[in-house]
Design a protein around this ligand. Structure first.
Ligand SMILES: NC(=O)c1ccc[n+]([C@@H]2O[C@H](COP(=O)([O-])OP(=O)(O)OC[C@H]3O[C@@H](n4cnc5c(N)ncnc54)[C@H](OP(=O)(O)O)[C@@H]3O)[C@@H](O)[C@H]2O)c1
Length: 282
């Protein structure tokens, strides 16, 4: 099987290429330099030349707060860029895995979001990722839409690295305690994504590590496991203003994974322990 992976220089794309190669598949990793996804001519040229069996589309504009001021560029990448890819995948019959986000939901209530629940994003990033989902659904049949959240991987910036850096110079931090969700370790997710493209079990899925926490609880566990003595104070989102609104409830049901014969990801605490080991060894 030949799989083209977008966003190979990002957190997730990097691990997906490694996972594909470790299973003996041909992985073609591309980023802006090789295939700027906003350039429809280039996207067509690369995909029709490579003729992959599947595309795992990890590239995105991911600066959630900056997106509020950069609506045009964010939409160009997340919505139009995804449409460019979906159109060609539809034409050449390639499977398409589109990585989406909990931010397509408005975060109301405390229930678990189901993959087919109504989408109602709160911010520009979420809106453009939602538009990307619509393009995938419009132009392809052989698609997996996989919504993930709170991502961490070795290759890039994330909440854990931010906490560890702050922990070097601060002995006390305020972290929001009214947003609940589940972190996603790219190493674990990459294995699931490759499992998925080996099947034809298309549709919308949620895939995060098991278990729930708030950012405050996540931060406390990071410092505990890293052996850093930092006092973490729980605060509300109102006390920690950010440009983009964020959903309070990012609890996502992953039952559909099991229903379709896929394995759930390990617990987020276990993923965190393996991740800290991985970055320490690097
Ligand atoms: N990070 C999270 O917490 C989170 C949460 C939910 C869902 N997701 C989704 O998960 C996926 C992977 O996220 P990630 O954290 O791995 O992202 P990331 O580390 O920001 O990587 C994204 C990659 O896409 C590249 N890219 C940006 N614009 C491009 C363009 N026009 N053409 C081609 N490549 C382009 C970026 O290049 P530059 O760095 O040069 O811009 C970067 O290498 C994304 O679809 C994201 O929306 C992420």
């Amino acid at each position: 099987m030949k799989v083209l992976v977008t966003g190979v220089k990002g957190q997730l794309g990097y691990d997906v290429v490694n996972e594909l190669e470790s299973r003996g598949y041909t992985a073609v990793g591309v980023d802006v330099a090789e295939m700027d996804i906003t350039d429809s001519v280039k996207v067509r040229e690369v995909l029709t030349e490579e003729m992959p069996d599947a595309v795992i589309h990890c590239a995105a504009y991911t600066a959630v707060d900056a997106a509020e001021d950069q609506v045009e560029i964010c939409r160009k990448v997340n919505a139009d860029g995804t449409e460019n890819i979906a159109k060609v995948c539809g034409e050449i019959g390639s499977k398409l895995v589109y990585i989406s986000t909990d931010y397509v939901f408005d975060g109301e209530g405390t229930q678990l979001w189901q993959p087919d629940d109504e989408r109602h994003p709160l911010n520009v990033y979420g809106q453009t990722k939602y538009e990307g989902e619509l393009a995938v659904e419009k132009y392809t049949d052989k698609y997996f839409i996989v919504r993930i959240a709170w991502v961490f991987g070795v290759n890039g910036k994330n909440f854990i690295k931010t906490m560890l850096n702050l922990g070097k110079t601060r002995d006390e931090l305020n972290v929001v305690n009214d947003q609940t969700g589940s972190p996603t370790y790219t190493y674990d997710l990459a294995r699931l994504l490759v499992d998925m493209v080996e099947t034809e079990k298309y549709g919308r899925y949620h895939a995060t590590n098991e278990g729930l926490c708030t950012w405050y609880e996540f931060a406390k566990e990071i410092f505990r496991q890293a052996g850093l003595n930092v006092k973490v104070n729980p605060v509300s989102s109102d006390e920690f203003p950010s440009k983009a609104k964020r959903p309070h409830n990012s609890r996502m049901s992953k039952d559909k994974l099991e229903e379709n014969g896929f394995q759930r990801l390990p617990s987020w605490e276990d993923a965190l322990a393996r991740y800290l080991k991985e970055i320490n060894e690097k």
